[in-house]
Write a protein that binds this ligand. Structure first.
Ligand SMILES: C[S@@+](CC[C@H](N)C(=O)[O-])C[C@H]1O[C@@H](n2cnc3c(N)ncnc32)[C@H](O)[C@@H]1O
Length: 283
């Protein structure tokens, strides 16, 4: 189940109910520290980084023994979280997993449910305005489970296709140069003035928000609790806001009639440059 970004007001009601009803709560220790009031009286199994497989196995084992288990992930459990690993492990072990939403057939080994949450990209986007108003993609720079060559290929593809891009796991202690390399790839396809939002600890204590452009990213300020939202070719900064137009004003705005899409786009680009205020900061 999903904890959301950390702020209790963003824990969905279904997740809160699952935590209250759980007999066993399993998770990465840092995430369990976000819910200390919900763990008393329950068996709590916390573990550290790189312990994802034993963590999920323990959750499966307890559930198979008849306990109600909440396996927590931050943000949304189905986005770089534990939901997929639980299903991978059950499939590998030949377990039949049924949904809590259906009457369990006799062959069911485990009842399972993914409770959604507010992902880091949602939380970060809400803090800077409306950067995800058009097609977007998420790319994780973590090369722990994914070869860097594949990450590069995906960055090339999303940059060439002009997707707004949420960059997860932007910097690790072991590979502090990953973000610089990623930006070099993006700059092959995007203007240096492309707006970028850097959000550290979105909707958690210590939140920090920084608006800048693709050629001016303060790399040292970015850590593993940060996410970057990189605009597309039409994204603009205006005062303290980052906005990706959906295209309404091109089609229906004043002067749109007879102006045509290209001219409309030029008008918006000009407006973007007028109002562009790189390095605006808040938080
Ligand atoms: C393993 S992923 C977890 C993603 C999470 N399941 C989600 O739905 O957003 C961890 C990465 O998510 C991003 N992240 C998670 N929570 C964040 C937050 N509150 N603020 C900024 N970035 C966050 C960071 O990039 C971090 O390195």
């Amino acid at each position: 189940m999903s904890l959301g970004p950390g702020d209790r007001s963003l824990l969905v009601a279904e997740a809160l109910e699952a935590l209250r009803e759980a007999e066993v709560i399993v998770g990465y220790t840092t995430y369990l520290e976000l819910i200390p009031d919900l763990t008393p009286g329950k068996k709590v199994l916390g573990s550290g980084m790189r312990k994802e497989i034993p963590r999920c196995r323990a959750a499966i084992e307890h559930a198979r023994n008849g306990h109600r288990v909440a396996l927590v992930s931050s943000g949304d459990a189905g986005i770089y979280g534990m939901a997929g690993l639980v299903l991978d492990l059950c499939r590998d072990s030949g377990l039949r997993v049924c949904s809590v939403r259906e009457k369990p057939p006799e062959t069911c080994d485990l009842q399972f449910e993914v409770i959604p949450g507010v992902a880091a990209f949602n939380a970060a986007a809400s803090l800077v305005g409306a950067p995800l108003m058009h097609d977007f993609a998420a790319v994780s720079l973590s090369d722990h489970l994914t070869p860097w060559e594949l990450i590069e290929k995906r960055l090339q593809a999303v940059a060439a296709a002009d997707f707004v891009t949420a960059v997860y796991n932007p910097r690790s202690k072991a590979r502090p140069d990953l973000l610089e390399k990623a930006c070099e790839i993006l700059l092959e396809h995007r203007s240096p003035e492309t707006p970028v939002a850097i959000v550290r600890r979105a909707k958690r204590q210590g939140e920090w928000v920084h608006l800048t452009t693709l050629d001016r990213i303060p790399f040292d300020e970015v850590d593993m609790q940060s996410i970057l939202l990189i605009g597309n070719s039409r994204t603009y900064l205006w005062d303290r806001w980052m906005v990706t137009p959906r295209g309404y004003l091109d089609k229906y705005g004043e002067g749109a009639e007879g102006e045509g899409r290209e001219a409309g786009s030029e008008r918006l680009r000009a407006r973007r440059l007028d109002h562009c205020g790189p390095d605006a900061e808040s938080g």
